[in-house]
Design a protein around this ligand. Structure first.
Ligand code: ZN
Length: 336
């Protein structure tokens, strides 16, 4: 089914074939429940795990560290976000190299069915690798850290709310067809691990603070009067709601975005990086992060191969036939 992929098999390709049955069964479950109302609900939940929301939440967590009353929450959230990002974005995604389902499933018999669900839910797209789900990791790392902090403060009545919202984010990624269900399961595990670590780091940090009189005195709220302290929480709530509205609004208009120009084994449905200095157009075409890196790496390799030998072997010529020509900038670099 997936032997059409000419590149060296990655861990991601192995996951595709190993969990094909499980993934497609869960896609079918979510696909069959699609309707206009749930499409909006799913985008609301997805916004909770969006980097446009999580990054400002992490900044707010740093602010919470400044106040004695909220320090436990601040340290737990910021540590959880750091650990979750390292595990998912820096380690697992570039190691597993799993391509998104809306791309790889084009090579399977499941595509016609999948495509109708993917299109009707808005054809959303990402620009990086699929495993594990970054949105799910983000939502769970914050939610689990908050849940454990709330529970330790004997606020059990509200402690279950963050993980429940995060579960909504996890399901939304499958419902929107941007992740394989196995990506989401891995995201739940990575996020939960990061959240638990964040909570214990926070406990340890507070213990160290309590041992030192100097550290324990660091508390900016002493500078304020009590009424200003309340206003601080109101401003905090407004900032969080406004930020959430911004990331949700961005998502609702996303289907207008330009898709990656790559169409060799499949039509890449990833988001093209338009107008970003880091990912300039290649031969007038815009690509997603994955294919931009792949094409520029191969173009560089091609340059080296040409430098090393004047007469390239026949099969090398065939392989490079589909590659875009070097950009003007690259040609100038090569000449210099
Ligand atoms: Zn692409």
């Amino acid at each position: 089914m997936f032997n059409l992929i000419p590149l060296a098999a990655t861990l991601g390709d192995k996951l595709d074939t190993t969990f094909f049955g499980l993934d497609t069964a869960i896609f079918t479950f979510f696909g069959n429940m699609q309707n206009g109302f749930l499409n909006i609900v799913a985008k609301l939940f997805t916004s909770l795990g969006d980097e446009n929301f999580i990054i400002p939440v992490a900044v707010l967590a740093v602010v919470l560290c400044c106040f004695k009353k909220t320090r436990k929450y601040g340290i737990a959230v910021i540590s959880a976000v750091a650990i979750g990002t390292i595990i998912t974005n820096l380690c697992l995604k570039p190691m597993v190299l799993r391509v998104r389902p809306y791309n790889t499933l084009q090579l399977s018999d499941f595509w016609a069915q999948f495509k109708s669900w993917y299109t009707s839910v808005g054809s959303l797209s990402e620009s990086d690798y699929s495993f594990p789900s970054g949105h799910t990791t983000s939502a769970f790392e914050v939610a689990v850290a908050l849940c454990l902090c709330l529970a330790s403060d004997k606020k059990g009545k509200v402690a279950w709310i963050p993980p429940l919202l995060a579960l909504g984010t996890a399901c939304s990624r499958i419902y929107l067809m941007v992740h394989y269900p196995t990506d989401v399961i891995a995201g739940v595990l990575a996020g939960t691990f990061a959240g638990v670590c964040g909570f214990f780091i926070s406990k340890l940090a507070l213990h160290i603070f309590s041992k030192s009189e100097k550290l324990d005195k660091i508390c900016f709220e002493d500078l304020f009067h009590l009424k200003i302290y309340k206003a601080f929480y109101i401003i905090l709530a407004i900032v969080i709601i406004a930020d959430f509205g911004f990331s949700f609004g961005k998502l609702m208009t996303e289907s207008d975005e330009v898709k990656c120009a790559y169409n060799v084994e499949y039509d890449c449905n990833n988001k093209a990086r338009i107008g970003e200095d880091k990912y300039p157009a290649i031969d007038g075409k815009n690509y997603c992060k994955i294919h931009w890196k792949q094409l520029t790496a191969e173009a560089e390799g091609e340059e080296q191969a040409e430098e090393e030998t004047d007469a390239p072997a026949e099969d090398v010529t065939n392989e490079t036939a589909t590659l875009p020509e070097q950009t003007e900038a690259e040609q100038t670099n090569a000449a210099a």
